[in-house]
Design a protein around this ligand. Structure first.
Ligand code: AHR
Length: 506
């Protein structure tokens, strides 16, 4: 058995846990909207056509903020196609995913769904084929209370109260040549700045997200952010980050260590943003919105033949996730929490069917994928502040990311209730780890208050329609708390969460 040690101190605070860390993403793509959140003919559909089984799972997942309506889709989207009487809404080609968009669901329907799911909307405007005026129009439609043309149109369409959306993304991934309306950093930076200025003139308190790179492998990574932020630094609150990971060629060791890449990604964007801020003599600290992250077997998708037919809601990238994928998702959440001083919003992409924690069958059941579980438990347990988590663990060599520690972990502490949550992964493929948690700095002795571990003898096991609970967390074995020391056994390739009760001090 390997040995590792974590030392926690309630005074070593990174930042408050931002509830927006537990965001998700609903794009008009594949079966995320149609037969995902919305399926009017389904036996469990409510009066608005929303699947109540998906709504219940969304609430159980603990999602706080949902980015909408794209993604690549948004760069060719006309928001006004999706409002007003359904029989007048046009069917359009979606060039991003080669589908037909029926526009049965638009912003008013999505706002109704968001209220039922108890989530905040993060709305992305189209800066691919459109610009400042259309961004202002959709803002007026959504947020202006009454007495103007578009506000009154919303009311006439049945939404008396404004949708009150406070977080707005200025386009999506415009650095990518695949993006409809792809731009150079300079072109995009100017357009994003003009759009931000106009939106702020309409509503000064909005929180605006400017597009960073679509991934760290982009040739313009870093340079794109520097140019875009030079144009927009004082006008926006967040720069976006996007990262997807997959296991390449059976290299499980590297895949399990991919959170070290996310750590590096965040550190690089923080350094880039801070250097622009320094150049501009600004005291503002740019926040990061990691508004697309997940495991995505992109190489399988890229190898598939491109569709020749234009179809409505054809399945696209419906990855089936296994135990190792769930361990990685739990680890990526550890990385995001660790950076809570700068990453204050994040969205797992996506929510339903499309690389998603929730899967559905049209007319049939909905079920939790393996990756659902670490997200749901982390969202439920992470409260209060994130603690700087000192880890002493053996290391191993990976071909993609160099040396990586076998154990990664982060802790949160709610001083008011005394609740301490520790999240940890064991990346070793063969050996369990005995993890010792040093709690001396907490003063009074701690008590165990629940544990969950996700592992399996078969790291390739998945949940399916017929075996929806094949992969599910179980109580962690071997958790002992002896006053100021907790000891946990972490099985090989596992994710674990432990809740401890300490003396409330808040
Ligand atoms: O989430 C799937 C796609 O990944 C999004 O549409 C796009 O923004 C990203 O490239």
């Amino acid at each position: 058995m390997l040995q590792a040690r974590v030392t926690l101190d309630p005074a070593a605070v990174v930042a408050p846990v931002s509830r927006r860390t537990f965001g998700s993403f609903v794009e008009h793509m594949g079966r995320c909207v149609y037969t995902g959140i919305y399926e009017p003919g389904h036996p469990l559909a409510d009066e608005d056509g929303f699947r109540t089984d998906v709504l219940a799972l969304t609430r159980e997942l603990g999602v706080t903020t949902v980015r909408y309506p794209g993604g690549n889709f948004v760069s060719g989207y006309r928001w006004e196609d999706g409002v007003g009487p359904r029989e007048h809404r046009p069917r359009r080609r979606d060039l991003a995913w080669h589908g037909i968009e029926t526009n049965e669901v638009g912003i008013d329907e999505f706002a109704r769904w968001a209220a039922k799911a108890d989530v905040e909307i993060m709305y992305a405007v189209n800066l691919g084929t459109r610009g400042v005026q259309e961004a202002l129009d959709v803002h007026e439609y959504c947020n202006q209370p009454a007495g103007t043309h578009l506000a009154d149109l919303r009311r006439a369409n049945g939404a008396e109260k404004p949708h009150g959306i406070s977080m707005w993304c200025l386009g999506n991934e415009l650095d990518g040549p695949w993006q409809i309306g792809h731009k150079s950093a300079h072109e995009y930076g100017r357009l994003a700045a003009a759009t931000a200025r106009a939106l702020r003139a309409a509503e000064p308190g909005l929180q605006l997200v400017v597009c960073g790179s679509s991934g760290s492998a982009m040739p313009t990574f870093g340079a794109w952010e520097a140019t875009v932020l030079q144009e927009t630094y004082d006008l926006v609150d967040y720069v976006s980050c996007h990262a997807y990971y997959e296991e390449h060629d059976g290299d499980l060791g590297s895949f399990l260590a991919c959170a070290t890449d996310m750590d590096h990604f965040v550190d690089s964007i923080v350094a880039t943003a801070d250097s622009v801020g320094a150049r501009l003599r600004s005291r503002k600290k740019m926040q990061l919105s990691f508004d697309e992250w997940n495991v995505w077997y992109m190489s399988r998708f890229q190898d598939q033949p491109k569709p020749t037919q234009w179809q409505v809601a054809a399945p696209v990238i419906e990855d089936e996730y296994n135990v190792a994928d769930a361990v990685v998702v739990g680890n990526l959440l550890i990385s995001l929490l660790r950076h809570s001083d700068r990453v204050t919003a994040a969205c797992q992409a996506q929510l339903v069917n499309v690389i998603a924690p929730i899967r559905t069958e049209p007319g049939g059941p909905a079920w939790r994928q393996s990756v659902f579980h670490p997200f749901a438990r982390t969202a439920a347990l992470a409260r209060g502040v994130v603690l700087r988590t000192a880890i002493d663990a053996p290391v191993y060599e990976t071909s993609r990311y160099g040396e990586a520690p076998v154990v990664d972990a982060v802790a949160t502490h709610d001083a008011a209730t005394g609740s301490l949550a520790l999240f940890a992964v064991n990346r070793d493929q063969a050996r369990p780890v005995e993890l010792t948690v040093d709690l001396r700095a907490f003063g009074a002795p701690a008590r165990p208050a629940g544990s969950w571990t996700l592992w399996d003898d078969d790291v390739r096991a998945t949940n399916t329609r017929d075996r929806p609970d094949r992969v599910t967390p179980r109580p962690a074995e071997g958790v002992t708390v002896d006053g100021h020391t907790a000891t946990l056994q972490l099985p090989p390739v596992s994710w674990t969460a432990v809740r401890l009760t300490t003396a409330p001090t808040g």
